[in-house]
Write a protein that binds this ligand. Structure first.
Ligand code: ADP
Length: 473
C-alpha cells in the first residue's frame, strides 16, 4: 500500500507539537514537523492564553508538514482540557481566554461546600477542582453578565482549533467530559449541572463522538485537499487510546510525569461516596465509554527536590547512574505520604519532605540518591493504593500496569510500582497523545478498521520492558 501521512496537532500547556505520522499498513513512523513553547501570560492580575500566537505556530507547523509530506491526508487536534473559548455566532472571541491556573475561581470553589461537591459529583462523575470549566464559566458569567448575550458557543481548546481549520463548531465528548458539565449517565450535557452553575445550555452543541471526519480544511490554501478529522480532543484521552492494551480490558494505564494519572477503560462509571472520596474522575473516551482516572502527585516530587542538590542529572546517562545508585541504596524505613497537601507546591520540597518525616519520628535521607529511592518507593506505594481502590470500586482484578511518560524511563519507579501493587508493570516509550491522535485519524480515513485493531498492530511494533513484582518473577 501507499503510505498515508496524517498530522497530529498536540497542544500542551507548556509546549505544542505538530507530528506527522506515516502509516504503511503495519508500522507508524513519526516525524516531528514543528515544536513550540506555550505559556499563559499575566495581565493585571489574571492569566491568559495567547491564541493568536498559538494559531500562528499551528499554521506554520502545518505548512512545514505539508512541504515535507505533499500528500498529507488529514489533520487532528488534541489539547489540554478545561480551558475554553467563548465565541459569537461568526466565531469572534467575545471574552479573553483565561488559563486554568488563574485564581479567579478559588472563592467559588470554597463556597461549593460538601453538599455542592456531592451533588455535582452525582450528576457529572467529576470531582471538584477549582479550575473546572464549570466554575470558570460560572465566574465569567457572574462577573460579566453581558457575556451571556454575546456568546453563542463555548468551544474547548481543541474544539476551537478544529473550528479554525474546518469552520465547524463541534464539542467533542472526551474533552467536554472534563468540564464537570456532562451527564455521567448519558452522552449529553447535564441540564441540572448547567443550572447549578448558572450556565445557559445553548452555549454547547450535542457532544460528538470521535473519530469522525469534520470536512476539508478551509480558508488555508497551503492545506488544500487535507481533511480535518475530529479525534479525541483531550490529550489524556488520546494518550490512553494509544496504549498497547489487552483487548479484554484487564490493563491499568499509568501516565507518569509531573502527575501520575492512573486509570482504566470501563463500560460504566464509578460513582458513590467512596469514588468521590478517592477523587475518581469519570472522564470519557472518544467512543463514549468511561475512563475512570485518579490523578496523584507524581514525579513533581523529584523534580522539585533536584534543585536542592548540585549533582542533579541532566543527561540520560546521568539519570541512569543516579537511578542505578538509588536502586542499590537500602530501602527507606518510612515512606512518604504522597497525598499530603504540604507536598503540593512547597517553597522547598526537600524541607517539606524532611518536615513530614520528622513529624513521624523518621530521619530524612542524607543525599540525592537517598531522596530518589524514597520518592520512587513512596510513589510506588501511592500507585498501589490507587490500584487497590480501583479494584474495590470496580469489583475487578487487573493483570498489568502499562506505564508511559517520563516515569517509564525510571526503572526504580517501575519496579517499586510493580512490587507495591503486586502486578507486573510494562513500560513503553511512546509519544502517547500524538500516536492516539494519529490512530484516530487513520480510523476516520478507513485505513485501520478501529482503535483496537490499531492497538494490536502497534503492540507488535513497541519494545516494552517488563517488571515482574518481587517474588513473582
Ligand atoms: P510531563 O509531561 O508531565 O511534564 P514527563 O512525562 O515529561 O512529564 O516526565 C517528566 C519526568 O520524567 C521528570 O520529572 C523526570 O523525573 C523523569 N525523567 C525524564 N527523563 C528521565 C530519564 N532519562 N530517566 C528517568 N527519568 C526521567
Amino acid at each position: 500500500m501507499k503510505p498515508v501521512h496524517c498530522a497530529a496537532v498536540d497542544l500542551g500547556a507548556t509546549s505544542g507539537r505538530i507530528i506527522v505520522g506515516t502509516w504503511s499498513g503495519r508500522r507508524l513512523a513519526l516525524t516531528e514537523a514543528h515544536r513550540f513553547p506555550n505559556q499563559f501570560r499575566p495581565l493585571a492580575g489574571h492569566e491568559y492564553w495567547d491564541l493568536p500566537y498559538l494559531w500562528g505556530e499551528v499554521r506554520a507547523g502545518l505548512i512545514k508538514a505539508r512541504k515535507q509530506f505533499p500528500r498529507l491526508a488529514s489533520v487532528g487536534v488534541d489539547s489540554w482540557a478545561v480551558d475554553h473559548v467563548l465565541v459569537g455566532r461568526g466565531g469572534r472571541l467575545v471574552f479573553p481566554v483565561h488559563a486554568y491556573r488563574d485564581g479567579r475561581t478559588a472563592a467559588a470553589s470554597e463556597r461549593l461546600g460538601r453538599s455542592g461537591i456531592d451533588r455535582v459529583y452525582s450528576l457529572t462523575g467529576i470531582p471538584n477542582y477549582p479550575y473546572n470549566t464549570s466554575l470558570q464559566l460560572q465566574e465569567t458569567l457572574s462577573a460579566h453578565p453581558g457575556v451571556a448575550k454575546v456568546a453563542a458557543r463555548c468551544l474547548f481548546i481543541s474544539d476551537y482549533f478544529n473550528f479554525l481549520l474546518s469552520g465547524r463548531m463541534v464539542n467533542e465528548l472526551s474533552i467536554a467530559s472534563h468540564s464537570q458539565l456532562i451527564d455521567v449517565r448519558r452522552r449529553g450535557w447535564s441540564r441540572a449541572a448547567l443550572d447549578f452553575f448558572g450556565i445557559p445550555p445553548g452555549l454547547f452543541g450535542r457532544p460528538a463522538l470521535s473519530p469522525q471526519r469534520l470536512g476539508p480544511v478551509a480558508g488555508f490554501p497551503e492545506l488544500r485537499g487535507v481533511v480535518s478529522v475530529l479525534v479525541p480532543g483531550h490529550d489524556t484521552a488520546c494518550a490512553f487510546a494509544a496504549m498497547p492494551a489487552a483487548a479484554d480490558g484487564s490493563d491499568l494505564y499509568l501516565s507518569s510525569g509531573t502527575w501520575s494519572l492512573l486509570g482504566f477503560e470501563s463500560e460504566v462509571p464509578l460513582l458513590g461516596a467512596e469514588a468521590l472520596a478517592t477523587r475518581v474522575s469519570n472522564e470519557r473516551m472518544g467512543d463514549g465509554r468511561y475512563r475512570p482516572l485518579k490523578s496523584c502527585l507524581g514525579l513533581w516530587l523529584l523534580d522539585r527536590t533536584l534543585p536542592a542538590f548540585r549533582s542533579r542529572p541532566r543527561t540520560a546517562g546521568e539519570w541512569r547512574r543516579l537511578i542505578d545508585a538509588a536502586a542499590r541504596a537500602p530501602a527507606p524505613a518510612e515512606l512518604l505520604d504522597v497525598a499530603d497537601p504540604s507536598l503540593f507546591n512547597p517553597a522547598s520540597m526537600r524541607a517539606a519532605i524532611e518536615s513530614q518525616l520528622k513529624g513521624r519520628g523518621a530521619r530524612a535521607p542524607r543525599d540525592l540518591t537517598g531522596y530518589v529511592r524514597l520518592i520512587c518507593d513512596s510513589l510506588g506505594r501511592g500507585h498501589a493504593g490507587a490500584v487497590r481502590a480501583f479494584e474495590r470500586l470496580a469489583g475487578r482484578a487487573f493483570k498489568r500496569i502499562l506505564i508511559v511518560g517520563g516515569g517509564s524511563q525510571n526503572r526504580l519507579l517501575c519496579q517499586a510500582t510493580a512490587d507495591a501493587a503486586g502486578l507486573p508493570v510494562e513500560s513503553f516509550s511512546l509519544e502517547g497523545s500524538a500516536v492516539g491522535n494519529l490512530a484516530a485519524q487513520l480510523v476516520a480515513l478507513g485505513e485501520v478498521p478501529g482503535m483496537s485493531a490499531f492497538r494490536s498492530l502497534l503492540s507488535g511494533q513497541l519494545d516494552g520492558t517488563r517488571f515482574p513484582p518481587a517474588g513473582r518473577a
